[in-house]
Every structure is written in structure tokens, then in C-alpha cells.
Design a protein around this ligand. Structure first.
Ligand code: NAD
Length: 247
């Protein structure tokens, strides 16, 4: 098995954590980029206990210079990254007419521009290696819309478009770029929306054909397939993982 170096943004919690663990179990070296450095260190340490080489770096994906510095550290300590999973994200906003410029810009910065910057910094390494896999975590709200989340849904829809452009530009270098828009997944972010009353859990389960919300591992298994060697003919695609809620 080839040992590859993966970067997972937002890898300190929820979906990103499950993806980091899964990629490490499958023999990859994993660098966790997250704002929450304490949580990132903890997860990296627990992955190392299973025998995989990891790094935890405090990175704010809205800070381009910070991303560049962190990727340089990964190159130095783990080698060129050829797998990138963009999972860092934040659902902000509120009712549309009350959405401020600041909140709109913050949503776009984390959820869309952060993905753009991480891709732009890492793709040259993939080109040099003649191989790369990018998975961008968008959101099922791109299929359906979501009241009160204008900036978030606009940004996640932008991630779908960005994914398709990158797939077309970089396929010839052996790089695939896909997006996974998750449905409701049992993570700290999701639990906050339930606790605040924004999401009615029972109603959402009732509206889901498979009769449950998702677990972070449901996304990790999809991601693991998309970054595999065998998935080299799959690019520019949108892989809904939502229990059938969105088709
Ligand atoms: P989470 O809150 O559990 O984890 C998100 C992680 O991103 C956290 O560790 C956080 O510290 C990190 N992060 C936030 N802003 C950052 C920044 N500026 N720079 C670096 N790291 C930052 O959330 P989750 O549910 O695991 O969400 C992961 C991704 O999945 C997000 O992009 C989210 O929008 C998307 N998503 C989640 C759901 C769901 O139901 N959980 C549904 C659709 C899409």
C-alpha cells in the first residue's frame, strides 16, 4: 500500500475527525488543520496511538498566509500532500433581512474562500506528484435551500461549482476533485442546531427514507472511497450522503 500524506481541514471535530481517523487507519499520514488546536492535538495523539504518523496544526482557513505556512510544515515533516479534504465549515447567518455584511462575508470566507485557498496552495504538490485527490465537504442545503442560512448555502453551492471547475482543470494531472454534500450528520455542529431549536430532529428523521440521521462515519467511508486509487475515473461529481432526503 502507498503511504500518502493527507490534509484534513476541520479535522478536530465531527465529520473531519471521522475522516482523519479513517484515512489514518487506511495507512495515510494525516495532518489535521483546525482553528481548535487543543482538540486537534488530542485527536492527532489518539490517532498516533494506533500507529499512524500525524500532525496537528492550528490553522484558520480564512488566513491564506497561515495555510501556506502550515502546508510548508507538512511538506517538511510528512512529505508532499496529495490528499486534501476540506471539511472546515461554520453555519452562521440568521433571517435574510437581518443578515449583516459581516456575517455574510464570514460565511463566504470560511466555507468557500477557505476551500479555494487550501486547494490553490496544495494542488501544485499534487501536480508535482502526478496524483491527487480532493474532497470538498459542501452541504445538502445546496440541493434544497435552508431558511436563515443565506451565506452558508450560497457558499456551499459555490463549493459545488468550484469542485467542477477544478475537476476540469486538473484531471490531466491525475487529480480528481469531488464534493460530498452531507445531510444531517450527528456532530457537534448538528447538535447545536437541534439544541437551539433551529432543526426539529424528529421531523427530520421522519423525512429521511432510511429513518435516521447520519453518523460522521457515513461521510468518512464515502471520502475514503473517493480518495482511493480505484476512484481515479470519478471526478467533478456530487455524492449526496443524506439517507435519501435529497435526490
Ligand atoms: P463541527 O463543528 O463538528 O466541525 C467543524 C470543524 O471545523 C471544527 O473543528 C472547527 O473548529 C473547524 N473550523 C471552523 N472554522 C474554521 C476555520 N476558520 N479554520 C479552520 N477550522 C475551522 O462540524 P461538522 O458537522 O463536522 O461539519 C463539517 C463540515 O460538514 C462543515 O463544512 C459543515 O458545513 C458540513 N456539513 C455538516 C452537516 C451536519 O449535519 N453536521 C451537514 C451538512 C454539511
Amino acid at each position: 500500500m502507498t503511504t500518502r500524506t493527507a490534509i484534513v481541514t476541520g479535522g478536530a471535530s465531527g465529520i473531519g475527525e471521522a475522516i482523519s481517523r479513517r484515512l489514518a487507519e487506511e495507512g495515510n499520514q494525516v495532518a489535521i488543520f483546525d482553528l481548535d488546536s487543543e482538540a486537534a492535538q488530542k485527536i492527532a495523539a489518539s490517532i498516533e496511538e494506533q500507529g499512524a504518523k500525524t500532525m496537528a496544526l492550528q490553522v484558520d482557513v480564512t488566513d491564506r498566509a497561515g495555510i501556506e505556512g502550515a502546508v510548508e510544515a507538512v511538506r517538511r515533516d510528512l512529505g508532499r500532500p496529495t490528499i486534501l479534504v476540506n471539511s472546515a465549515g461554520l453555519a452562521l447567518d440568521g433571517p435574510f433581512l437581518e443578515t449583516t455584511q459581516e456575517s455574510w462575508k464570514a460565511s463566504i470566507a470560511v466555507n468557500l474562500t477557505g476551500t479555494f485557498d487550501c486547494c490553490q496552495v496544495v494542488i501544485p504538490d499534487m501536480i508535482s506528484e502526478g496524483w491527487g485527490r480532493i474532497v470538498n465537504i459542501s452541504s445538502s442545503s445546496f440541493h434544497s435551500g435552508a431558511p436563515g442560512l443565506a451565506g452558508y448555502v450560497a457558499a456551499k453551492s459555490g463549493v459545488v461549482g468550484l469542485t467542477k471547475v477544478l475537476a476540469k482543470e486538473f484531471g490531466k494531472f491525475g487529480i480528481t476533485v469531488n464534493t460530498v454534500p452531507p445531510g444531517f450528520i450527528n456532530t457537534p455542529m448538528f447538535r447545536r442546531t437541534v439544541d437551539s431549536g433551529f432543526v426539529d430532529l424528529d421531523a427530520q428523521i421522519a423525512a429521511t427514507p432510511v429513518g435516521r440521521i447520519g453518523e460522521p462515519e457515513d461521510i468518512a467511508v464515502t471520502c475514503s472511497f473517493l480518495v482511493s486509487e480505484e476512484a481515479g475515473y470519478i471526478t467533478g461529481q456530487v455524492f449526496g450522503v443524506n439517507g435519501g432526503r435529497n435526490m
